[in-house]
Design a protein around this ligand. Structure first.
Ligand code: ZN
Length: 503
């Protein structure tokens, strides 16, 4: 059996924001991951696959000539900042073209090595990340879509018939979705913060009701755990992918859904071994042909731990035991029910599960689950972002607040604490059906849990939006109050009013 493969190339460290040193997506991310893997000895017997700059021809499989030309032409920090004034959460540097080409080229070379049986599974430690980018659009820290390009190379150049992409990054893989959605050779799974549409990118299409070749797990509550995520793999991801029968799996490995990443309690709560278990389950479907590609993840103690555990899993080493919860977090429970119902036509296994679950409801004297409980708060938020882009006034700096010393200490100690509890094993039972069925009992407790856990962050997002449009705060992510007011006065921006609830 060949060894595990990886890509790491210091040219990608040169992609660095010259006009805002506080950017969360920074060079140290990939360097710290690489150092951690080395310190753990995980790369000693691994094969380093040399990265190279992707060619125009390769990038054009997924992007427009126009974007390539624009990115290539960026020669100064001023030009870079200007380029980003009609983009969503994007910074660039004069070295970004080169670094983004190395990132995409590295992924292509790793996939190639895997398909030629020179490596067994692998991890591309690359940046800038890619999963928000598509066609002529670079956004969300992403220049070119590394994963989508590698997936297209696999089918176009290597005759692979079916590629599955699984994205467990905190944010939606919207770029990957637009890149792959109309091609039946691809299946795309994405877990992502959704919060009933009140979270970026504020689009209903990232709710659960997708086509058969997408499986979206919109997260409407904060702090879902590794047990919640891995349970969803057992309920949905694994049966769907078993039916799809991929010949290659690409993991969009973002670690920003990790426990105490920079979103703290508003984010998700996946401990590092959760990333390991998800990767192990995927590698069971495509042994040797599962390649992870770095996406997000911003708090060092979280992302180095997540990456190290994921690599252990992909190398088939022992990983920490993970206990599945007795009940799924309420909001996720309702999402799983909706997904089972929505995809049951195309996936007989899901239909069977759904029938058994409704039977369980009846046996417990509970009413049947009612399908399709959808709320969507994002319409005005989307319109505001579109107006800001149209008027060329997107904020290009300081999108996120910086964590305080105290918050950093707290997150570090939370992460250190759970690492102490690891019990490493190579013995992983398949959870029995009874345990999985019980997780999804839809009763008053689950409904209340769903409401209580989803409401606070959703309300915070809606209130923040209302505070911005009504002038109580100066800025909100890419929106600057002063520039927005000026643009409105000139008629280049539509007036967006508050989201009208009496709360
Ligand atoms: Zn992310």
């Amino acid at each position: 059996m060949p060894s595990f493969g990886f890509v790491y190339d210091e040219r990608m460290l040169e992609h660095e924001c010259g006009y805002d040193p506080t950017m969360a997506e920074r060079p140290e991310r990939m360097r710290l991951i690489y150092e951690r893997l080395q310190n753990d000895g995980l790369l000693n017997d691994a094969i380093k696959v040399e990265a190279r700059e992707a060619t125009d021809e390769e990038l054009l499989l997924n992007h427009s000539e126009e974007l390539l030309e624009q990115v290539r032409a960026l020669a100064t920090d001023e030009q870079c900042e200007e380029f980003c004034r009609n983009k969503e959460i994007l910074w660039m540097s004069p070295k970004s073209d080169m670094a983004a080409r190395v990132a995409a080229g590295g992924c292509i070379e790793l996939v190639k090595a895997c398909l030629e049986n020179r490596v067994y599974n692998g991890f591309a430690i690359v940046r800038p990340p890619g999963h928000h980018s598509y066609g002529k659009v670079s956004q969300g820290y992403c220049v070119f879509n590394n994963v989508a390009i590698a997936a297209k190379i696999a089918v176009e150049r290597f005759g692979i018939k079916r590629v599955a992409v699984v994205d467990f990054d905190y944010h939606p893989g919207n770029g990957t979705y637009y890149s792959l959605k109309d091609d039946p050779r691809f299946h795309f799974t994405s877990f992502h913060a959704y919060h009933h549409g009140a979270f970026w990118p504020f689009q209903r299409e990232f709710d659960y009701a997708t086509g058969p070749n997408q499986l979206f797990v919109p997260l409407n509550a904060s702090m879902n755990t590794e047990g919640d995520f891995v349970s969803v793999f057992h309920h949905l991801v694994i049966p769907v992918l078993r039916q799809f029968e991929p010949e290659l799996i690409l993991i969009s490995a973002g670690f920003d859904a990790g426990y105490y990443d920079i979103m703290l309690e508003m984010g998700q709560a996946v401990k590092a071994h959760g990333f390991a278990h998800m990767s192990r389950l995927l590698s069971d479907i495509c042994p040797g042909r599962t390649i992870a590609v770095l996406e997000g993840g911003y708090f060092p103690a979280n992302y180095v731990e997540g990456a190290a555990m994921m690599v252990r899993a992909l190398k088939r080493m022992s990983i920490p035991e993970l206990a599945l919860p007795e009940r799924l977090s309420g909001a996720l429970c309702s999402t799983v029910w909706n997904l089972l119902q929505h995809h049951s036509k195309e996936y007989p296994h899901l239909r069977e599960t759904l029938e058994k679950l409704q039977q369980q409801q009846a046996t417990l004297g509970l009413p049947a689950f009612v399908y399709g409980q959808e709320l969507f708060f994002g319409e005005k938020m989307r319109r505001l972002y579109d107006e800001v882009k149209k008027a060329n006034i997107a904020r290009t700096q300081e999108w996120f607040p910086i964590l305080s010393e105290e918050q950093i200490l707290n997150s570090n100690s939370k992460i250190k604490k759970y690492i102490k509890d690891y019990v490493f094993t190579t013995d992983h039972d398949i959870p029995n059906e009874e345990i999985l069925m019980k997780q999804l009992v839809w009763d008053e407790r689950a409904q209340c849990d769903s409401f209580l856990k989803s409401a606070p962050f959703c309300l915070l997002l809606v209130n923040e939006f209302n505070d911005f449009v009504e002038g109580r705060i100066d800025h909100m992510m890419i929106c600057d109050r002063r520039l927005y007011k000026l643009a409105k006065a000139k008629g280049s921006c539509e007036d967006i009013r508050r989201i009208d609830f009496s709360i």
